[in-house]
Each structure stands twice: as structure tokens, then as C-alpha cells.
Unconditional design. Structure first.
Length: 293
């Protein structure tokens, strides 16, 4: 059995650790609500923008706008593989469980799929220290990297994410479903997929009868870059909220585990202290009896 002095030292150490994890849990909880509000505010706009582009989509417009061209479909001259920009969004900090590891694993899976099955050349763009550190250790060439995107992403930062001249753009981010459900997700941003056709070969029915002024071409010319920036922005805010949710969960688990460890150490300390007192009393009684004899 450990000595009471050593047990007291361990109890103080665990108490200090629990204070830190509890504080980090409270900070993450306070930030999570605002981050969740940004996610909720970004989703309706992104959905409405995608719906408008789907209503405006036409094969003849796809011939003019590269962002609408599908390899081998609307653009027969473009190879199905080509160059793909993969944007990986991770956190700058840890202490969030397997959050960053899951995102990196999803990015590796996507890279392998593109290079092996899709026969594409992948340009890797990294956002966040954790992803940068991993791929630097893996000695993987990186097209660009940045660490200035924090817990409050902005539309300006989303617009600054450049991918260069590529045939496709994928973004790997953490989809925020709830504070405890943040699965890693791969989203194909470019080229923009045409609306799906229903059975019988007919396209989706238009949600509204648009009167287009000045023209569909002029509208798409403004909407397509806005759509791309909005998709990147949505991925940034969802990952930021997911990170805070994962960090809060991890710190709560750590705080609970520290509490259980303190209970066990306290019981062990009490038994050790009781055994020590019993031994001291036995020695005193033994000494008194020896004096009498």
C-alpha cells in the first residue's frame, strides 16, 4: 500500500487537473452556443442558394460556366481524373478526443480514393495546426496552409481559401449535428452537380416560375462564386462548432474521471491512514506493557 504522504500528493495533483478540465469545459460550453447560432444562421442561406442555382441550371449554361461542367458529361474534353483540390479543416488545438484524428483519417481515405480509383492528382490545402502537423510528419506535399482561422470564422476568410486552376474541389470538415455528434464529412464543392433527375427522365420541377433579369447567364456569373465561398464558410463554421462540442465532451469526461479517481484515492488514503494509526497505537500499547513488565 502506498504511503499516506504519496497519496496526498497524488490527490492534490488530480484536484488541480480537475480544476483545469472543469474550467475548459465551462469555456467550451460558453463558446458553443454562439458557434451553434452561426451554424444555424449559415444553413438556410446555403440551402436557398443551392436551390436557386439548381433551378437556373441548364445544359447549355454548363457549356459556358466551368463551375457547372461535369467531367465526361457536359465537358467531354476534360478527363474524369484531372487535378482535385482537397481542403482539410482541422482545429488549431487539441484536448478534444478523437476529433482531429477522425478528420485526418477521412482526408487520407479521400486522398486514397481520388489517387487510386479516380486517378486524380490531389493538391492538399490545410486549415488548422493539427492537420498541418500530421501531413508535415507524413512528408506529404502541401499546396497551401493557414492557421489564422479560429473559433469565429468569417466570410472574408472563406473567400481567401484559394484552390487554383483545378478540375474539382473537395472539402473535408466536421458536420455539426449536435454537441456529441460531429462526424467527419467530405463535400464536393466543384464542379457543382446538376439537379437530379426523377424516374422517367424528367428533371426536378422548378420551385418557382422565375422571371430572369437581365439573364440567367448574368445571374449565374454572380451566384456561382458566391456559392463556392458560402460552402467553404459553412464548412468552417460547422467545424468550429463541432470542435467546441468535442472539446466540451472530452473535458466533461476528463472531469468525471478525475472525480472517480479522487474518490478511489481518498478511500485508499483513509485506509492507509487508519492502518498507520492502528500500528502506532499497537506500538504505544506494546511499549507500555513492556514498561510494566
Amino acid at each position: 500500500m502506498a504511503k499516506p504522504r504519496d497519496l496526498r500528493r497524488r490527490i492534490k495533483s488530480v484536484q488541480s487537473t480537475r480544476k483545469i478540465t472543469k474550467t475548459m469545459e465551462l469555456v467550451a460550453t460558453s463558446k458553443l452556443k454562439r458557434a451553434q447560432d452561426r451554424v444555424i444562421a449559415a444553413r438556410p442561406y446555403a440551402a436557398a442558394l443551392a436551390e436557386v442555382i439548381a433551378d437556373l441550371y441548364a445544359p447549355e449554361l454548363a457549356e459556358r460556366f466551368p463551375l457547372l461542367r461535369q467531367p465526361g458529361v457536359t465537358d467531354p474534353g476534360r478527363k474524369p481524373g484531372g487535378r482535385t483540390a482537397l481542403i482539410l479543416i482541422t482545429a488549431n488545438r487539441g484536448l478534444c478526443g478523437a476529433f482531429n484524428a477522425n478528420l485526418i483519417r477521412e482526408a487520407r481515405r479521400r486522398i486514397e480514393h481520388l489517387e487510386v480509383e479516380g486517378k486524380a492528382t490531389v493538391d492538399l490545402h490545410l486549415i488548422g495546426k493539427k492537420g498541418i502537423t500530421y501531413f508535415k510528419f507524413a512528408k506529404r506535399p502541401v499546396a497551401s496552409q493557414r492557421i489564422d482561422v479560429g473559433d469565429k470564422p468569417t466570410a472574408t476568410q472563406a473567400a481567401e481559401v484559394e484552390s487554383g486552376a483545378v478540375d474539382a474541389v473537395d472539402v473535408v470538415f466536421s458536420q455539426f449535428k449536435s454537441a456529441v455528434s460531429t462526424p467527419p464529412t467530405t463535400l464536393r464543392i466543384l464542379p457543382i452537380a446538376p439537379p437530379r433527375t426523377v424516374e422517367g427522365g424528367r428533371g426536378r420541377q422548378k420551385a418557382a416560375n422565375y422571371i430572369l433579369k437581365p439573364s440567367a447567364e448574368a445571374i449565374l456569373e454572380q451566384l456561382l462564386p458566391l456559392y463556392v465561398r458560402n460552402q467553404v464558410y459553412r464548412a468552417l463554421v460547422e467545424t468550429a462548432a463541432a470542435f467546441l462540442g468535442a472539446q466540451r465532451t472530452a473535458m466533461k469526461n476528463a472531469t468525471d474521471n478525475a472525480g472517480e479517481m479522487l474518490d478511489l484515492l481518498q478511500r485508499t488514503y483513509n485506509r492507509a491512514r487508519q492502518a498507520q494509526i492502528t500500528q502506532e497505537l499497537a506500538e504505544i500499547v506494546g511499549g507500555a506493557e513492556a514498561l510494566k513488565g
